[in-house]
Design a protein around this ligand. Sequence first.
Ligand SMILES: N[C@@H](CCC(=O)N[C@@H](CS)C(=O)NCC(=O)O)C(=O)O
Length: 223
Amino acid sequence: MWQLHQFPLCPFSRKLRLLMGEKNVAYELVREYPWEGRDELWHLNPAGRTPVLHDPARQVALSDSQAICEFLEETVDRTPLISGSALQRAEIRRLVSLFDENFYHDVTEPALHEKMKKRIVLRQSPDGQVLRQLGRMLHGHLDYIDWLVDTRQWLAGPTLSLADLTCAAHLSVVDYLGAIDWKGHEQAQGWYMVMKSRPSFRPLLSEKMDGLPPPREYASLDL
Ligand SMILES: N[C@@H](CCC(=O)N[C@@H](CS)C(=O)NCC(=O)O)C(=O)O
């Protein structure tokens, strides 16, 4: 069986877990904190990052969430998540990289640094200025997600796609860290509630990061 090396608040591992949930691919979790620099992680992935999808029996180790998602998309027939015309597939991939690169850089990464790493690794307080700047950046990203929700059935077009899973994965990490203010973003919030209600989301909502409990509303399915 696949082993997924990850930690609960890694957005890239969450994206992969959502895809594996939608496609019904079985896996077991191996808790991996990249900042601990375990030899096995570096052996499996020379970049030293999570996620890594490892099959010890076949001696296969895959890394980089997008490479793994594309691999599963090509090898598992069930529930295509990068589908449609070439133009539609390009739009899905554009949005995936918008969330994995821009949203991660502007929001997820600083939220993880200030609210997770400083608390459980560095034992420091978060920097209020960074949190305020992150809030402003998040507001801009939520405006764009509102617009996507207003103009399309799902974020990238007429069907659920990897773009929805990727965006929801990043938002769920920021939500766990209590850093989302949904005020004025009812469309994005409504779409996120739909995503949160999917069976593929359930294992994510019940998993906790040691020493860092989520806010009470994090796992709630009520608006
Ligand atoms: N592009 C990579 C990014 C993976 C990544 O940055 N993972 C973070 C955890 S969320 C990590 O392992 N960071 C440790 C480091 O960069 O040293 C992917 O999609 O898998």
